[in-house]
Design a binder for this molecule. Structure first.
Ligand code: FAD
Length: 529
């Protein structure tokens, strides 16, 4: 276990060397998104030896592309799924306590334009408060027309009747993923990004290990594992199908991906620190406008698609929908020229399975854990907010299926994540050192502490990202250590050459400047048809 006092180094050569010498672990995890990182932390905190491999960067998949809400899920309440909401509300409290520098309460306002909306939604939200009980972040309030306009200064005033204010949470998803990775490392797990699982190793019909490849050098490794957890998000099926073939079982794909698009515009479109929620747009969808890191996020969509692109492109209809609906609720509405970034994520929605080769257990949440005949544990679905509860379920399945001998260890419910420190600066405010929590002083101790490159990013933060946060290329720094690609892709592109230069100084020979500049163009590209 590492010293908790100072930030641990994440030198690539050391990580790869540990991987070479690993031999066997109790538990190996495929995928470094919210789900896999949660499992790695839970297992390491229980004292198991753990390896997690991520083929790209931590949170490069869906886990950096969320709406950034830590929420109980008002939507599930409308569906009558009380147990699910209660659990998510519980997890919301846990996350806000264990990572207060990265997850905080956020007030929401639902403006109402029809006389029945405020009482209808308000009563539902009072029930939401009641379910939260002591975990409540603030009481739901009915607002007059003028109170609504005071909180949402750019709301469409015409036809406005009033509103309802309620509380949920918001977070920085990619930085939370890093905090999970680094906390898991503190608990003794080995986590390696840019290292792909390339195959499953079976012996006598049982899964006994993984084949791996260092994506930077092409070096191959083989690791034995008592238990393999497949947490590859929308990409889980490749391993399930491979597992099925190896043991002679028909296996049907379980993931039906659905794409969600967000666009980012200036904060002046949502001045103040309240989010706006439209529970039912003209065509029955949900629309959010959320203040985040000094900008406004508008979204999202839910469009099924068959391919599993790493960087999926938005459809024109999705951008049109977000802008059109925003214009109905904002008096000064953004146009395409106001878009600072567009990002697209894939939800791993789970199809009903009839395959009797696997025990399908749709748990009391939206996620699914499957254990195959060979012992491959697949977990997918769910949401960021409930990652910890999902991890707990995965461990339970491992114990129930005798893949691991039960251990209790440190309970993750009260395990504070790396950097945890309460802050008076809000997540919705311009990014800065507050996101580093109690590690801010360690960042400031590095060269270039006072040299801001732009958008709140300093030279010292770039150096910290390479030395302590597993950053390997410009995209890692500008998309997930800082969030500038998501906030303002043109600004990110303009800072990229200097970030690349600093990374070279930190010993990274090829920091991937050109591919990052191309990605910035993609995040600014507005589809035409
Ligand atoms: C548009 C949208 C908005 C959302 N908003 C919210 C929200 O506001 N709040 C909330 O709680 N939830 C939200 N969610 C849900 C949440 O983001 C997801 O549930 C969560 O991020 C899924 O995490 P994951 O780890 O399962 O998948 P991922 O984050 O995709 O992680 C899987 C990882 O596996 C890796 N991988 C794939 N193949 C391999 C391989 N061969 N070897 C090694 N690694 C591999 C991938 O690179 C990837 O990083 C949202 C989802 C979407 C799509």
């Amino acid at each position: 276990m590492q010293d908790e006092g100072s930030p641990a180094p994440t030198r690539r050569a050391d990580l790869i060397d540990q991987l070479r010498r690993l031999g066997r672990v109790d538990l190996a995890v495929i995928g470094g998104g919210a789900t896999g990182l949660g499992v790695a932390l839970d297992a390491a905190a229980r004292g198991f030896s753990v390896l997690l491999v991520e083929s790209h960067d931590f949170a490069k998949g869906t886990s950096s592309r969320a709406t950034k809400l830590v929420h109980g899920g008002v939507r599930y309440l409308a569906q009558g799924n009380i147990a699910l909401v209660r659990e998510a509300l519980h997890e919301r409290t846990t996350l806000l306590a264990n990572a207060p520098h990265l997850a905080q309460p956020l007030p929401f306002v639902m403006p109402s334009y029809r006389f029945w909306e405020a009482p209808f939604y308000g009563i539902g939200l009072k029930l939401y408060d009641a379910l939260a009980g002591k975990a409540g972040l603030g009481a739901t309030e009915f607002l007059s027309r003028s109170q609504t306009l005071a909180l949402l200064r750019n709301a469409q005033a015409e036809g406005l009747k009033g509103g309802v204010k309620y509380w949920d949470g918001q977070f920085d998803d990619a930085r939370l993923a890093l905090a999970l990775a680094r906390t898991a490392a503190q608990q003794g797990a080995l986590l390696v990004n840019y290292c792909a699982a390339t195959g499953l190793v079976h012996a006598n019909g049982k899964l006994v290990g993984l084949q791996l490849r260092d994506q930077e050098t092409g070096e191959e490794f083989s690791v034995q594992a008592g238990c393999v957890v497949n947490a590859a998000g929308v990409w889980v099926d490749q391993f399930r199908l491979q597992d099925g073939r190896a043991i002679g079982r028909q296996t049907a794909p379980m993931v039906a991906p659905s794409q969600g698009v967000h666009i980012v515009v200036d904060r002046s479109f949502l001045p103040g620190d309240h989010a706006l929620l439209v529970p039912k747009t003209a065509d029955g969808r949900v629309l959010f406008a959320v203040p985040w890191l000094g900008k406004t996020i508008l979204g999202t969509t839910d469009t099924s698609r068959l391919d599993l692109a790493r960087e999926p492109l938005p459809f024109k209809e999705e951008i049109d929908f977000i802008l059109r609906e925003s214009a109905r609720y904002l008096s000064r509405a953004p146009g395409t020229e106001d878009i600072k970034s567009i990002w697209v994520g894939l939800r791993p929605l789970v199809k009903p399975l009839e395959d009797d080769a696997e025990k399908t257990q749709a748990l009391s949440r939206e996620h699914t854990v499957l254990v195959s005949k060979s012992g491959l544990v697949t977990v997918t679905g769910g949401k960021w907010t409930t990652y910890r509860a999902m991890a707990d379920d995965v461990m339970r399945k491992c114990f129930d299926n005798s893949l691991l001998a039960e251990r209790t260890g440190i309970a993750t419910g009260s395990l504070r994540l790396v950097g945890a420190q309460a802050s008076t600066v809000k997540i919705s405010d311009v990014p800065g050192l507050h996101l580093y929590g109690n590690e801010a002083a360690a960042v400031q101790a590095l060269p270039g502490a006072d040299r801001e490159l732009g958008g709140g990013l300093t030279e010292a933060m770039v150096r910290f990202a390479v030395r302590h946060e597993y950053a390997r290329c410009v995209e890692d720094v500008l998309a997930r250590r800082s969030r500038l690609l998501f906030l303002d892709a043109a600004l990110a592109a303009s800072l990229a050459p200097e970030v690349a230069r600093l990374m070279r100084e930190e010993g990274i020979v090829e920091p991937g400047l050109e591919p990052f500049l191309a990605l910035c163009q993609q995040y600014l590209h507005i589809p035409e048809a």
